[in-house]
Design a protein around this ligand. Structure first.
Ligand code: AKG
Ligand code: FE2
Length: 226
């Protein structure tokens, strides 16, 4: 499931983050790619321990913790600290799949990547190219969102960032391990949750919305691996 969340960050948040990010010192992005990824990766990233990455990353994590739709769709067990990338003219990241297992530091717990997120920090009119292209069972999707908006996609998907031909594309990106590993099961739970919420808003609570809520929790109980 690909899902678009609008205005995860406000305009003011984006402007302040860009002020800090644009003044930071960026490094070669290949340092954080796996062997296959490094061959097709041409971009800049902030070092994960860069103070700006830590400060902004913590703020983004806080926003996600309060974002009901992100929580419902991802069912995160843990989300790695956000990383930041910058694609200038000719930068790109060719087709790859994100590593299945990651760590945020040498002695940190392993995280299985189930859901990948890109949070855009550049507006579409500020650059050409740079679309995030994600393949799923229904074909290929090109994504370029307003600054402050986010896309989530299953980490099992082949994806790439197309070459930038004008301007610069700046994004935050990160991975979550979900309580529910399988995309199909997460999608079903998310859609059921949305349906229950719409029914509640329309009809209030009655025996049927309570029964559906029980089904939601009982499915989650069967599928969740905390
Ligand atoms: O910038 C993006 O949209 C995604 C970057 C990416 O695929 C990665 O760093 O693994
Ligand atoms: Fe990726």
């Amino acid at each position: 499931m690909l899902l678009h969340f609008q205005e995860v960050l406000s305009r003011d948040d984006v402007l302040e983050m860009r002020r800090l990010l644009d003044a930071a010192d960026w490094s070669d992005g290949r340092a954080t790619a796996g062997a296959q990824g490094a061959q097709v990766k041409r971009n800049l990233q902030l070092r994960p321990d860069h103070p700006v990455a830590r400060q902004i990353g913590a703020y983004i994590q806080q926003k996600l913790a309060q974002h009901a739709q992100f929580q419902s769709a991802v069912l995160p067990r843990r989300t790695l600290a956000p990383l930041f990338n910058r694609y200038e003219v000719a930068a790109e990241y060719g087709w790859h799949v994100d590593s299945a297992l990651m760590r945020s530091g040498a002695d940190a717990e392993l995280l299985r990547s189930d859901v990948s997120t890109t949070l855009f920090l550049s507006d579409p009119q500020d650059y050409d190219g740079g679309e995030l292209e994600v393949q799923d069972t229904y074909g290929s999707h090109e994504v370029k969102l307003p600054a402050g908006d986010a896309i989530i996609y299953p980490s099992t998907s082949l994806h790439r960032v197309r070459p930038v031909t004008r301007g610069a594309r700046v994004c935050a990106f990160f991975w979550s391990q979900s309580l529910v590993a399988a995309d199909a099961q997460r999608t079903l739970l998310y859609e059921l949750d949305l349906t229950i919420q719409r029914l509640r808003a329309r009809l209030g609570d009655d025996a049927d919305t309570t029964a559906l809520t029980a089904h939601y929790h009982n499915l989650l109980r069967q599928w969740a691996a905390p």
